[in-house]
Design a binder for this molecule. Structure first.
Ligand code: FAD
Length: 324
């Protein structure tokens, strides 16, 4: 059996690992302390925040069957959110397809997917080196090296993939084409629920573009929480601006929108996602260099979002010729 390394334990890396499972020996490496990547959850005392992906939709029948299976196992549930859209001063229903969330937290589905896999956490891959037998050695930031991989799936955002993949990787131009926006996430733990008439609010033309009462999702902790996300253009402009200022501006705008002074919330935190959402995708399922036996995948291949990440990983997992 061939030995395949997967770099990144987000949705695309885990989906690639499942596509390869049973056909190859698979090891997944992630720099973080937990799996799930941008589908992650932050904890602060009784408060919990899905501070990356908020929910996901399902368009393809392929993803629907995976979601149905995960729902039957209790890892996913529909989120019947009261969703509103404030456009040009008018409050409207925020229509769209059914919304799904992992339960009881956004990272729960990724944890379930990782369960049968060999996953090494706290393992930041710095680079890859090819040995004389053409196999790949993974070199980690802390100086460790693990050798003997016949193939590699790199499922990290494109800018990070450019840094760690070898110069000979023939798809570097495509990696450079893919672009991602920054996003700030403000996490507020509230002393009591605020009744606004909505669970999620989408807005335009402001520094923030999304608010959601995280505690309104199915299976969540009861302590009331509000997530605030910044708008892409504003976030890109202020990527390096003082974090206190960013948090203050976002909290002030959100206070106006909910009609309460959120600066008094007992818990405040800010997270910056440097590669949050895809602004320019590739319109192709994955990248594969068959000479090097290296694939690259992620939401940035097929238009972003959880479904895109899953489908990209799936096709990357199936691109290897595993006959030996
Ligand atoms: C704030 C925010 C809100 C979002 N809202 C939604 C939404 O409402 N609906 C939706 O569908 N999608 C949403 N998304 C997008 C969704 O989260 C992503 O599309 C999806 O999770 C991407 O999965 P991925 O596997 O491609 O990448 P990631 O989840 O980013 O996984 C990449 C993994 O690689 C690891 N990694 C990176 N570099 C290295 C390295 N050198 N060595 C080892 N490991 C490494 C990272 O730790 C990470 O775990 C949102 C994202 C953000 C940030």
């Amino acid at each position: 059996m061939q030995n395949i390394a997967i770099i990144g334990a987000g949705m695309s890396g885990l989906s690639a690992a499942h596509a390869l499972m049973g056909r190859a020996r698979v090891t997944v490496f992630d720099k973080s302390r937990g799996v799930s990547g941008r589908m992650s959850t932050r904890y602060a005392g009784d408060y919990e925040f899905d501070h990356g992906a908020q929910y996901f939709t399902v368009k393809s029948s392929e993803f629907m069957s995976v979601v149905n299976r995960a729902m039957a196992q209790g890892h996913i549930a529909p989120w019947a959110a009261r969703a509103k859209y404030l456009k040009s001063g008018l409050m409207q229903e925020d229509t769209g397809g059914a919304r799904f969330v992992a339960t009881p937290r956004m990272n729960s589905w990724a944890k379930a997917l990782a369960d049968p896999l060999s996953v090494k956490l706290g393992a930041r891959v710095k680079t890859l080196q090819r040995a004389k037998d053409n196999r790949w050695t993974l070199i980690f930031e802390d100086g460790r090296a693990i050798k003997g991989f016949d193939g590699v799936v790199c499922s990290v955002p494109p800018r990070q993939a450019l840094d760690l993949l070898p110069k000979e990787f023939s798809k570097r131009a495509a990696l450079k084409r893919a672009q991602m926006d920054v996003c700030f996430a403000v996490m507020l733990g509230l002393s009591e629920p605020i009744e606004t008439g909505w669970d999620t609010l989408r807005v335009n033309d402001l520094p923030v573009n999304w608010l959601a009462f995280n505690s309104s999702k199915p299976g969540r902790a009861k302590a009331p929480t509000l997530m605030i996300q910044s708008a892409p253009e504003w976030s890109n402009t202020h990527a390096e601006t003082d974090r206190d200022w960013v948090q203050r501006v976002m909290t002030e705008v959100a206070s106006e929108l909910v009609g309460a002074d959120l600066s008094k919330a007992p818990h405040h935190a800010l997270h910056r996602w440097l590669y949050a959402a895809v602004s320019q995708g590739l319109n192709q399922t994955h990248l594969f260099d068959s000479d090097l036996n290296i694939a690259a995948c992620g939401d940035w291949c097929v238009g972003g979002r959880v479904e895109g990440a899953f489908l990209s990983g799936l096709s990357a997992g199936h691109c290897f010729n595993l006959k030996t």
